[in-house]
Ligand binder design. Structure first.
Ligand code: GDP
Ligand code: MN
Length: 378
């Protein structure tokens, strides 16, 4: 589960890292009272899950109430990479001397966490890794044993951190490592880790992803301000995996691999995927209905491809869920269903009785072609 910046910073603060005093705000008036409390200048930042807010104009430094009102009004409601900004973070502005980068993520090759550090912070670490790879230091982390302070100190020294900064930055990185493991993160990134004019070391941003399998034991996510967007929350409650994208054709499939292959085929056929939904195994008709409703509520959806191989799932159960939504909601989006396996005849009959095209034996390509033809006919 991805956290907002203000939630990610809470994980860092619990590990002892410093942040600037800050408050969230849902309206311009709330932002004004937050700024009055904190004292100008303040930074107003969109709380959305994607990065690159600075470049999108969603991070603004303001010195008085008039410009704060302008900034807050402009950022609230702004769409950033398809996500509407509903919350602001108002933070006391920091007097930055240097911007560093410190992050931990899972290394795709080894599957183990790796600490990534650079003195080139505040910009995309991917860009630094491409243009100046010598400025990025990495250390594989063991899940059994924390690295020793002298090891991190040596990393920081070799990365170009010297003088008074060295012990402070080392401590901050050790706290980052502790926060990563304590909260079962798969990513925890501070960019920038700022060194202020007075020499202190502050987390000015946080990007945190908690391993979904660990959510049950992460009390931090039960505080109530960690709310997922509505559709994601409904999908989670129905026990399915849902990811919102930006196209016009939504995919529902039984299994992540099938869903991803289906998305590739949708894209190869000239459509773009609007959302990804993996039903998992053993879905009930009620959960299938909710999965379809969440999918249909995704902005931009014109067609839905449902691709089910029923081994653990049951086609009749899946079809009953689809039929429920068709009967009760009369959706406008086009549907195409490719479904086979356990109780397929019963499932096919339920769908065909409602005029939904069912691809009984053909390949996924055929289902996508049928759906594309339906969309073109509109
Ligand atoms: P991102 O673009 O989504 O990563 O948003 P960040 O929170 O990292 O902010 C982007 C940039 O804004 C930072 O790299 C800083 O250069 C600048 N910035 C953020 N907060 C402050 C602040 O308190 N003071 C100053 N002077 N600059 C800030
Ligand atoms: Mn950042």
């Amino acid at each position: 589960m991805r956290l907002f910046e203000y939630e990610g910073k809470e994980l860092l603060r619990r590990a002892g890292l410093a942040t600037m005093p800050e408050k969230t705000a849902a309206t311009v008036e709330e932002a004004v009272s937050a700024a009055a409390l904190l004292g100008y200048p303040v930074v107003v930042k969109a709380q959305v899950l994607s990065g690159g807010r600075g470049k999108a104009g969603a991070v603004k430094l303001v010195r008085d109430e008039t410009s704060l009102r302008d900034a807050a009004a402009a950022i609230l409601g702004m769409t950033i990479k398809g996500e509407v900004c509903e919350t602001l973070l108002v933070a006391k502005a920091a007097d930055i001397a240097r911007e560093l980068y410190a992050g931990i993520t899972l290394d795709a090759a080894t599957g183990a966490p790796v600490l990534i550090f650079s003195t080139e912070g505040g910009v995309d670490i991917e860009t630094v890794a491409e243009t100046a790879p010598e400025k990025v230091r990495k250390r594989p982390l063991s899940t059994l044993e924390m690295p020793r302070r002298h090891e991190i100190l040596e990393d920081m020294r070799l990365a170009g951190v010297h003088g008074d900064m060295l012990p402070k930055v080392t401590t901050a990185v050790q706290q980052l490592i502790a926060a990563f493991f304590t909260h079962d993160c798969t990513t925890l990134e501070i960019n920038p880790l700022a060194v202020l004019a007075d020499g202190s070391c502050i987390a000015l941003d946080a990007k945190a992803v908690i391993d979904d399998s660990a959510l049950k034991r992460q009390s931090v996510v039960k505080t109530g301000n960690m709310a997922l967007p509505e559709l994601e929350m409904r999908a989670a409650a129905a026990g399915v995996n849902y990811v919102r994208l930006e196209g016009n054709v939504a995919v529902i499939a039984s299994g992540a691999g099938l869903a991803m292959a289906s998305m590739d085929i949708v894209n190869a056929c000239g459509c773009r995927t609007a959302s990804f939904l993996d039903t998992g195994g053993g879905i009930t008709s009620a959960n299938m209905a909710e999965a379809l409703r969440v999918t249909l509520a995704t902005p931009g959806v014109e067609g839905v491809l449902i691709n089910i191989f029923a081994g653990i799932n049951n086609c009749a159960e899946v079809a009953r869920g689809i039929a429920l939504v068709v009967d009760e909601d009369n959706p406008t989006a086009a549907l195409a269903v490719r479904m086979r396996g356990h109780s397929q005849e019963e499932g096919w009959a339920l769908l065909e009785a409602r005029g939904i095209p069912v691809i009984r034996h053909g390949a996924t390509e055929e289902a996508v072609r049928q759906l594309a033809a339906l969309l073109e006919g509109r």
